[in-house]
Structure formats: structure tokens, C-alpha cells
Design a binder for this molecule. Structure first.
Ligand SMILES: [Zn+2]
Length: 118
């Protein structure tokens, strides 16, 4: 799902993306300058591996995401408290954002129950 950033206004624009066992739901809202706020909840499950034995772990997800998408190069002078993702094609690619968030979560270390108990 792709959303044109210039179509995002002060009125929150709801979106929902589903991928396998995950659900990514939230809204986009114009902030200021060339910044668009993304606020969303990531829920469901993602498969990852035990970092010790390699067994598949089904990881429950419940993440609140909040960051800005910059339409073009971000002018870092603005004082903001959130992370900024730059978009150079004026599009919020929500599938891509979901994918990279999942990869980020999976890059952490996890232990399966067997390894935790031994
Ligand atoms: Zn293990």
C-alpha cells in the first residue's frame, strides 16, 4: 500500500496493512514543513529464530510506532523528538515500512523456551 505524501492533510488518514500473520494499523497526519507523522500499532506474530539453537520462535508483536516521514530531504534544523524517515519519491510505502520494522524486530536476540530453561 502506497500513499502519496502530498495527499496527507491535518485530518488523520487511516491505513491498515496485513502481511502473513502481522497487522499494521494506524494513520498518517501532516505535521509541518515537509514532515508527515506516522502513528501506528504493529500486532500479530512474526517468525524468528532462537539465537542459540536456531529453532523457529513465533514472536508475539505489540509495538507502538511513531515517527516522521520527510517528503524529500529532511532539514535537520527543526527540533523534533521523533525519528525521521526520508522519502525521495513523495510516497509512503507502508509495505516497505512494515517490512523494515519486522526485520528490525527480528534482528534482536531471542531464546526459545528450551534454551531459556537450560
Ligand atoms: Zn533455542
Amino acid at each position: 500500500m502506497k500513499i502519496l505524501l502530498r495527499k496527507v492533510t491535518k485530518t488523520p488518514l487511516d491505513f491498515e496493512v496485513e502481511s502473513e500473520e502481522t497487522n499494521f494499523k494506524g494513520y498518517l497526519q501532516y505535521h509541518a514543513g515537509n514532515l508527515i507523522l506516522l502513528k501506528a500499532n504493529l500486532s500479530g506474530f512474526v517468525d524468528t529464530e532462537c539465537s542459540q539453537c536456531g529453532q523457529t520462535i513465533k514472536l508475539p508483536l505489540d509495538e507502538e510506532l511513531e515517527f516522521f516521514i520527510s517528503d524529500g530531504l529532511f532539514d535537520g534544523d527543526e527540533r523534533i523528538e521523533l525519528d525521521v524517515i526520508e522519502s525521495f519519491d513523495s510516497v509512503a510505502d507502508l509495505d516497505e515500512i512494515l517490512h523494515s520494522e519486522l526485520e528490525l524486530i527480528k534482528s534482536d536476540y531471542f531464546s526459545c523456551e528450551n534454551c531459556q530453561n537450560s
